[in-house]
Design a protein around this ligand. Structure first.
Ligand code: PEP
Length: 244
């Protein structure tokens, strides 16, 4: 169960969040819990969660180790401050910063090189769904961004299915819509990496997940977890999602 804070919270607000959140999820043993704050809060978040059952992730990384790349942050740096995860190719990064499938491959490889678990986002836009292109879009994202990985690299990678029309809109995919997309993606994994890899793959659903819809989504066979934006900003609300 992963939370994406996007561009919200200061270090002081990060401290207050974890003070409230940690005890609320201390007994959660059936899932991995991850929070992905903005870069300036990562150090504070790692310190706040030391010795707890919560892992910290970044929302992006650059594929080089270091160099003249103004404004970017490397996997090497994220590893050095204690991050364990990184979100890659969130739809907002695809939309506003032009991230594409070759970037996904480079970023996943960089994340794994520095011991970070990549959470790779895929998902169709509304017009793509309405014109019947959902599977073509998901298939192309899989083929371009995930299929080029080695089986060893893929085994350490988490997929997040996030229909763009459901992100931050309050419109959650119905459990059936989400289940169909997850089944399609798991089928792509099976085709490329085999049945065992497909059974072991972790595919999260993201898009307006809230305490009152998480149980129905998680009841779908192919949904293994959630990537949560807005509902991860409030410690009580995100704890209710984690503890559903
Ligand atoms: C997200 O940012 O990945 C997300 C799914 O946002 P929200 O839960 O707010 O729709």
């Amino acid at each position: 169960m992963a939370g994406n804070w996007k561009m919200y919270k200061t270090p002081a607000e990060t401290h207050s969040f974890f003070e409230a959140f940690k005890p609320l999820v201390a007994a959660a043993v059936n899932c991995d819990i991850v929070l992905c704050p903005p870069f300036p809060n990562l150090h504070a978040a790692v310190k706040e969660t030391e010795g707890s059952n919560i892992g910290i992730g970044a929302q992006n990384l650059y594929w080089g180790k270091e160099g003249a790349v103004t404004g970017e942050v490397s996997g090497h740096m994220l590893q050095a401050i204690g991050c364990q995860y990184v979100i890659i190719a969130h739809s907002e990064r695809r939309q506003y910063f032009g991230e594409n499938e070759p970037d996904v491959v480079r970023k996943v490889e960089a994340a794994l090189q520095y011991g970070l678990t990549p959470i790779v986002c895929v998902g169709e836009r509304l017009e793509e769904r309405e014109s019947g292109q959902t599977e073509a879009v998901l298939g192309a994202m899989f083929d371009g961004g995930l299929a080029p990985l080695t089986p060893e690299q893929f085994a350490k990678t988490v997929i997040a299915y996030e229909p763009v029309w459901a992100i931050g809109t309050g419109k959650t995919a119905t459990p059936q819509i989400a289940a169909d997309a997850h089944r399609f993606l798991r089928g792509k994994v099976a085709e490329k990496f085999g049945a065992e890899a497909a059974a072991a793959a972790r595919i999260l659903y993201g898009g307006s997940v809230k305490p009152d819809n998480v149980a129905h989504l998680m009841a779908q066979e192919d949904i293994d977890g959630a990537l949560v934006g807005g509902a991860s900003l409030d410690p009580k609300v995100f704890a209710a999602v984690v503890n559903y």
